[in-house]
Design a protein around this ligand. Structure first.
Ligand SMILES: Nc1nc2c(c(=O)[nH]1)N[C@H]1C(S)=C(S)[C@@H](COP(=O)(O)OP(=O)(O)OC[C@H]3O[C@@H](n4cnc5c(N)ncnc54)[C@H](O)[C@@H]3O)O[C@H]1N2
Ligand code: MOO
Length: 431
């Protein structure tokens, strides 16, 4: 290396100083448009629609599926007036004043075994819980409130008309809409459908979600690892979330930091899936091939969302199939999945936009938060207070496992001290 070269280098270096360290290395760069979380969510909400077809399933197979139509009751619940207790039934209008003594009619009414006949005025009939009210009965007295004699009962004055009975259709009327289109069927919904005679349900086909991990450093758990290599933690996590959400997981494995390999995997994934979730390579580094490839496809939006963790979220379409390029850091990948991909997938699956239900509880921690972005902290509730994980490091997977939900801190500045109400969202609220 000659003297000339060194002179040139010195000249070039003149005035060249390393940049000062920033006291907040997450400060928002000037001139970059950071999209607030709510704006990003509104955009997803406005732009996505169902992409899956329909099928009709027997009720027994419909748990967790998305209803494709409004469902109507084929029959009322209860279908006929019946008694809520074991006791004696009669017509209230036939009661005289004061305490009562009533002769019993022969026979009885039990659930599923109707009393065939009319109970004469001034008479009572033995009746068991769930039995349809026979002709001549509109009121039932609890068996504990009567003295049973030979062929007659005695009871105190004061029973109200209709006591201890359920009216036909008091819960659901025949023809009433019981569940709206887009409803994800719960075990309770199964009971409701069954009760009103709905035994077949038009549902959306299951959304198929491809999951891909990207990065040269990744190996499969159980494989031999060399220096610099790590086990792929995001894929089992994202696969687990997809299955919890009730979608079909299409596991596309790991792809190295190689644009052609990723292109091939995307091509294969869109044959098998309705949406692709990738993790890693979402920002704009030399090896961030997810964003580069989506960019190349011309249908890429690199969303720099004002959120922590999870700033780089690459959204794009690969031949019309949506791709969520999640950040590589596992904590960011999970938070972005819950906050952004979860409601988006729900719309694609024919369901409703999902607003996670959070609630305000006192903080058990202290934190000063700067303005300008929303923050999600790994959290759990103990003794009615929100505890947060000891570190906010985005690679601290143990904290994800420790947590049972997230504390959501608002976009603006906040100084949280123990006792300050904070919004806690349990993980279960995202399912
Ligand atoms: N100069 C800058 N560098 C980084 C910035 C920035 O703003 N300027 N943002 C940081 C943030 S925040 C995040 S998050 C990451 C996101 O980047 P990528 O999505 O491109 O992710 P990678 O660089 O591929 O990986 C990040 C990190 O996560 C590990 N990783 C990736 N995949 C997995 C996996 N399947 N299982 C376990 N761990 C995984 C990877 O090894 C890296 O350590 O960028 C920051 N950089
Ligand atoms: O905030 Mo990144 O999105 O560290 O994980």
């Amino acid at each position: 290396m000659g003297q000339g070269f060194e002179d040139k280098l010195n000249q070039a270096a003149e005035g060249l100083r390393p940049p000062p360290l920033r006291d907040d290395c997450f400060a928002l760069p000037a001139g970059v448009d950071w999209t607030p979380v709510d704006e990003a969510l509104d955009m997803l909400r406005g732009r996505l629609h169902p992409v899956v077809g329909q099928e009709t399933l027997p009720l027994s197979k419909a748990l967790g599926r998305v209803s494709a139509n409004d469902l109507k009751a084929l029959r009322a619940n209860p279908p006929q007036a019946n008694t809520a207790v074991d006791g004696y039934g009669f017509a209230h209008a036939s009661l005289g004043d004061g305490d009562q003594v009533m002769p019993l009619t022969k026979g009885r009414a039990a659930a599923g075994i109707a009393f065939d006949g009319t109970v004469p005025e001034g008479h009572a009939l033995r009746i068991l819980t769930g039995a349809a009210l026979p002709e001549g009965v509109d009121t039932v007295i609890l068996q504990e409130d009567v003295t049973l004699g030979d062929g007659a009962i005695a009871f105190r004055a004061g029973i109200k008309p209709g006591a201890n009975t359920r009216k036909a259709g008091e819960d659901v009327q025949a023809g009433e809409v019981i569940l709206r289109e887009g409803r994800v069927l719960t075990p309770a919904d199964m009971a409701l459908c069954a009760a009103v005679g709905v035994h077949e349900v038009p549902v959306r086909k299951r959304l198929k979600v491809a999951v891909i991990s990207t990065g040269d450093e990744l190996r499969e758990p159980g494989q031999v690892v060399e220096k610099g290599q790590i086990f792929d933690a995001n894929r089992p996590m994202l696969g687990g979330l997809v299955e919890r959400f009730g979608y079909d997981l299409v596991d596309m494995g790991r792809v190295p930091d190689d644009r052609d390999a990723l292109r091939q995997t995307f091509d294969q994934a869109i044959e098998k899936a309705d949406i692709i979730l990738t993790s890693g390579g979402a920002s704009a580094g030399d090896e961030d091939h997810v964003s580069a490839l989506l960019n190349e496809a011309g249908a890429m939006a690199e969303w720099r969302i004002a959120v922590k963790p999870g700033r780089p979220l690459a959204l794009g379409l690969w031949n019309g199939t949506p791709v969520f390029g999640l950040p590589g850091n596992p904590v960011a990948a999970m938070v972005c999945t819950l906050v952004f991909a979860r409601p988006a997938m729900s719309l694609l699956a024919g369901g409703k936009w999902q607003e996670p239900q959070g609630f305000n509880i006192p903080a058990a921690f202290e934190k000063k938060k700067k303005p300008g972005r929303r923050e999600y902290l790994r959290a759990r509730v103990r003794d009615g207070k929100a505890e947060v994980f000891k570190s906010e490091g985005s690679g601290r997977i143990s904290g994800l496992s420790w947590a049972e939900g997230l504390v959501e801190l608002p976009d603006q500045a906040a100084h949280i001290t123990p006792g300050t109400p904070v919004r806690y969202i349990p993980f279960s609220s995202f399912e």
